[in-house]
Design a protein around this ligand. Sequence first.
Ligand code: SF4
Ligand code: SF4
Length: 171
Amino acid sequence: MMRAWIDTLFAFSTTLRNVGRRRVTEPLPWKRLRAHPERYRAGFALTDDEHGEVACIACKACENVCPSGIIRVEGERRESPVTGKKRAYPVSFVLDMNACIFCELCVQVCPSDAIRMRTAWTIPGTSREDQVLTLERLRANAREGHLSWATPGRLRAMQDPERKNGEGGEP
Ligand code: SF4
Ligand code: SF4
């Protein structure tokens, strides 16, 4: 019992000693400690096409190429309410960043310039689920911006400089 009291007093005195001390930690992730390199990439986004619809056509090319097997895309064909034309849309898109190796192959193979990596600071999560990006989160990320310069077309152009994709190579 005596020992417990001593430990309590010791802990309390430690608290008192630190009450007025200057903070030595930084409020991450809201404070940037240093600028990111130009080519820093983290996180993903699914962009819209020129009609304001999700550009993804649920072709599953990203799902098939991903070496970590962490992308799952389910799609359906339906008529576009904007253009009246039929095309495929994703009804579910899940990208589990917990096992992502940031190889960017998923971006490179996308035929519709839909998926992009982001340059924004990645907000740490408190559970593995926090790092699972859904269709809604991916589209919200695109609206938020901070998209990498590396569009699928630009990445392909870097692999094959002869290829003309209308975007040029590096920015
Ligand atoms: S960047 Fe991540 S999600 Fe994309 S292909 Fe590589 S491992 Fe898969
Ligand atoms: S993001 Fe691109 S590669 Fe992936 S399913 Fe959609 S259109 Fe295909």
